[in-house]
Design a protein around this ligand. Structure first.
Ligand code: C2E
Ligand code: CA
Ligand code: CA
Length: 371
């Protein structure tokens, strides 16, 4: 249990309770905005981390001015006005703010507004989440044994709980729709990094995980169409969606992926082989890569079900011009067996764990090693 989700769920809309809550939290920042008199409360821990001047803590503008970049601050002020004029809904507000350290956090204002009998807003309560950073895991081309790309993997470092796995916090982000904002950041950050590594290899690809929620709300496609993500070309980015989300929603997801595909983005079917068997759909999917789930690597030996499955999928995929990436290869033995099925790419601890950008660079670019 990550801890932070419950705090907000249990929060009551009274200043007293809220202030109690504030003093309890350590690894998440909370705020409450008393809309009627304009007072803005933030949790104790936010003061240190954001360099907020306590003497002006009643002034919402000044408080946020010290942590927001100019364009977001402007947006925030405009939104405040729109809300006060009754034009805009609180539920639409989400902001990105930057810490002094360069780390990104997210301000969510979703769904927690207390109104009076005349339905006028009284308080807004929200959470500022600290979503750490991205790690990158190398992907190896089996024919050249060189690193050809990376998968970006989200990390959240909590002072209280240590490194929290994305498996734990992604569902929370999805539930709160924060994944839409975080997903944009993941994409931008990945794209920026990819562009930087294209200095070393112009064909370098960055694989980005995409959540079903981003697709369901059409947020990703809209974003890709309307915003200019860093000038990395579409073909260097690969969007990954897990098979278990894709297959039951083939109809509308295929359309969305077709559009992205036509825009030039690479598309990968993640965790292939788990849950839904989509062999019959394989031909229709607008995809470039199939990623075989690492559960197939466990118990892999020549002649086993897992091995035959792998060999079969590779053959099938190649007929319809899909590439195959095998995930989760940890040992030399696994690698040797996997290689007999002739997949195109491998991603696994044997070749490298997910590491931060700087480490990735020094491991795979600064002094390129034969692997
Ligand atoms: P995934 O997309 O299947 O990512 C691969 C996971 O397998 C990663 O776990 C990676 O660290 C792990 N892995 C790679 N090679 C090996 C290996 O050889 N052995 C073992 N035991 N594990 C290996 P991680 O980083 O914990 O991510 C878990 C999942 O969280 C991802 O699974 C993905 O579904 C999700 N995720 C991560 N980042 C994002 C993101 O930015 N957005 C979204 N929507 N989901 C994300
Ligand atoms: Ca993935
Ligand atoms: Ca996977």
């Amino acid at each position: 249990e990550v801890g932070m989700p419950n705090l907000i769920k249990e929060a009551k809309f009274s200043v007293g309770v809220f202030l109690d809550l504030l003093s309890e939290t350590t690894d998440d920042y909370l705020y409450m905005w008393d809309i009627q008199n304009g007072t803005f409360y933030v949790s104790e821990n936010a003061y240190d981390d954001f360099d907020i001047d306590r003497s002006i803590e009643d002034d919402v503008i000044t408080i946020w001015g010290s942590v927001m970049v100019a364009e977001d601050l402007k947006l925030w002020l405009e939104d405040l006005q729109l809300i006060q004029d009754g034009v805009k809904d609180y539920h639409d507000m989400e902001y990105r703010v930057y810490r002094k350290t360069g780390q990104i956090i997210w301000v969510s204002c979703r769904g927690k507004v207390k109104t009076d009998e005349q339905n006028r807003p009284l308080f807004m309560i929200g959470r500022i989440s600290n979503i750490g950073k991205q790690n990158y895991q190398p992907q190896i081309d089996t024919s050249t044994r060189k690193v050809i790309g990376a998968e970006a993997l989200l990390r959240w470092h909590s002072p209280k709980h240590g490194e929290v796995s994305p498996i734990e916090f992604i569902p929370f982000l999805e539930e709160n729709h924060l994944i839409i904002q975080v997903g944009k950041w993941v994409l931008e950050e990945g794209a920026k990094q990819c562009l930087e590594w294209q200095k070393y290899d112009p064909d370098f690809t960055m694989s980005i995980n995409v959540s079903y929620v981003q697709l369901k709300e059409n947020a990703l496609l809209e974003y890709l169409k309307n915003e200019h993500i860093p000038k990395v070309s579409a073909k260097n980015l690969i969007l990954e969606l897990t098979e278990s989300c894709w297959v039951p929603n083939l109809h509308f997801l295929n359309q969305e992926f077709k559009d992205m595909h036509e825009m030039g983005y690479g598309i990968a079917i993640d965790d292939f082989g788990t849950g839904y068997s989509s062999l019959s759909h394989l031909k229709e999917l607008p995809a470039n890569v199939i990623k075989i789930d690492r559960s197939f690597i466990k118990g892999l030996s020549k002649g086993s079900y897992e091995y035959i499955f792998l060999e079969y999928i590779v053959k099938l995929a190649h007929i319809i011009h899909l590439k195959v990436c095998v995930e989760g290869v940890e040992t030399k033995e696994e690698f040797d067996t996997v290689m007999q099925a002739s997949p195109d790419y491998i991603q696994g601890y044997l070749f490298g764990r997910p590491v931060c950008a700087r480490e990735f660079e020094s491991l795979y670019f600064a002094s390129p090693k034969e692997r």
